[in-house]
Design a protein around this ligand. Structure first.
Ligand SMILES: O=C(O)CCC(=O)C(=O)O
Length: 251
């Protein structure tokens, strides 16, 4: 039996409604201590291999192809239970990317991601494992609740001011009617964040006197449309091991 990834958590209709309203949901400290330890070893292994990276097959972007433990989580029962609780049974794995931010790493600008803008029934989620957590002013994730409901793949802004005066201006939350607002999250170590792909998000600077922020993201989607973020090499797709057969194809 696979070692548990998560501690106890609740994901029922209330939590699903919050995710659907806000575009993201945080599970504070959900990863077990052992999962966190193993992930840090795995992410360091990926970083080491990054030194000799081949362009187009970078360990950071294709992380599960470079580390057995990260690969073993793609079809881990706990991972699939969470992904299927959100997306339903028919899912595909899309990518696994290392998001390690050493101290002093600059902010990541505002952006959203694409998938199936024309068929809203097809969902795409990212499951972020924030192993070392973050503070809202130190490598923290920032979000705009409700932004995912616009299903806009092209949200981009260099900073908060550009976002406030640009894409966000005069927009209201389609469900609540409240003006859209930026929210700066805090996450305890071991937190998991689930996010719909069209949610606007960015990351604040990791302070120069801070520590390395360890994070990895796994993405899953309902099949039916091409996916630009599907970082799986044809060779890897042929491997078809570990119960991955049904999760790997595009369709
Ligand atoms: O590093 C993070 O916390 C978020 C990264 C991100 O924005 C993304 O993967 O799209």
């Amino acid at each position: 039996m696979a070692e548990a990834l998560f501690g106890d958590y609740q994901f029922g209709s209330e939590e699903k409604a919050l995710l659907d309203r806000d575009g993201h949901l945080i599970f504070p400290g959900l990863l077990t201590a052992s999962t966190c330890e193993r992930l840090i070893v795995a992410l360091r292994n990926v970083i080491r291999q990054g030194a000799g990276a081949t362009k187009g097959h970078e360990p950071q972007r294709f992380s599960a192809e470079f580390d057995d433990y990260l690969e073993s989580l793609i079809a881990h029962p706990d991972m699939l239970a969470l992904a299927r609780a959100i997306l339903g049974d028919d899912i595909r794995w899309d990518h696994c990317v290392s998001l390690v931010r050493p101290k002093g790493t600059p902010a990541m600008p505002w952006h959203s991601h694409e998938y199936s803008e024309d068929v809203p029934e097809l969902g795409f989620i990212r499951i972020f494992f924030y192993i070392s957590g973050f503070a809202h002013d130190d490598g923290g994730l920032k979000v705009i609740p409700g932004s995912h409901l616009f299903r806009d793949e092209a949200i981009r802004a260099s900073d908060d001011e550009a976002m406030t005066r640009g894409w966000m201006q005069d927009k209201v939350h389609p469900e609540t009617g409240d003006p859209l607002a930026i929210e700066y999250l805090d996450a305890a170590p071991g937190s998991v964040v689930v996010m719909w792909t069209h949610a606007a998000h960015g990351v604040v600077l990791r302070k120069p006197d801070s520590t390395t922020r360890y994070c990895v993201v796994y993405a899953y989607r309902n099949p039916g449309r091409p996916s630009q973020a599907r970082w799986i090499t044809p060779e890897y797709e042929q491997k078809a091991t570990l119960g991955l057969q049904e999760l790997l194809p595009l369709y």
